[in-house]
Design a protein around this ligand. Sequence first.
Ligand SMILES: Nc1ncnc2c1ncn2[C@@H]1O[C@H](COP(=O)(O)OP(=O)(O)O)[C@@H](O)[C@H]1O
Ligand SMILES: [Mg+2]
Length: 302
Amino acid sequence: MIKVDNLRVQYGDFVAVDDISFSVAPQEIFGIIGPNGAGKTSAIECIEGLRRPYSGEVSVLGLNPWKDRKELHQLIGVQLQDTAYQDNARVWELCQLFSALYPNPAPYQELLETMGLEEKKKSFISSLSGGERQKLSIVLALIPNPKLVFLDELTTGLDPHARHQMWDLLLQLRAGGLTIVIISHFMDEVEAICDRVGVMENGRLVTQGPVSQVSNKFNLGSKITFTAPQLQAGELDGISNVTSVSLNHGTVTVLCQGEDCLPEILTYLRDKGIPYSNLSVTRPGLEEVFLKLVEQSKAQSG
Ligand SMILES: Nc1ncnc2c1ncn2[C@@H]1O[C@H](COP(=O)(O)OP(=O)(O)O)[C@@H](O)[C@H]1O
Ligand SMILES: [Mg+2]
């Protein structure tokens, strides 16, 4: 559906997107994550045909997004990060307008219902809350009945219930044949719905792959928690690969590099006769990857 080869975006001398390559398969949900300013929006705008690449090759549904943008825009749905609508239009008017632009529009009535915007049909855009505007922008992105939809920070501004509704909707649409590219700041969202994820930092695509693989690549170790009221502060510090231990009302949280800590911790507890319960081991997720990246990119920029 999408093939990107060495895409570069420059603003003057400033390199915002630094020769990135990736592809997206049909019916895939591909996520792009990375700190603010990483180049996500600049990259995706080239793929949508809204921005001309400085260099590199981009192919979307077999089309060149910049040269064939008229044709492409009939086939894709785009939700822009900052969309300014005419405030003095009503919701249904905007839906009608968008429907008129496409040969095969999806029934917007249904989309409004799915998004819980049915009651706002006659409202002025200016009277909508932030979350309602966000939902409307997604309805508008789906009106073209697209094969491929781009969503830039789709659930920013939505409450938790609406976010979950949105995920269900996207998984449903994917099952119906849609391919989805999302930019997100919510790692739980990426973990919940994306098949693969690309991580951008300072214009570069530092890694990409299935969500679980990407988390593992960063070698962030594991987190071991258990209940042991008898354990004293500092007791586990000597164990190799343990990076931090915290005690909170009898709950012990141990962060480890590598996976080798657990046997040593268990041996220690047994040898000392310290009882424990509720033991669990978790691998860090994308949230930790993201935080690590932000740290790295701050360190690099001084
Ligand atoms: N139109 C523009 N002119 C100049 N610099 C820009 C422009 N748009 C974005 N940038 C810069 O390019 C970098 C990447 O921006 P952007 O693609 O919006 O990142 P992201 O979406 O990952 O937050 C940022 O440093 C931003 O300030
Ligand atoms: Mg952005």
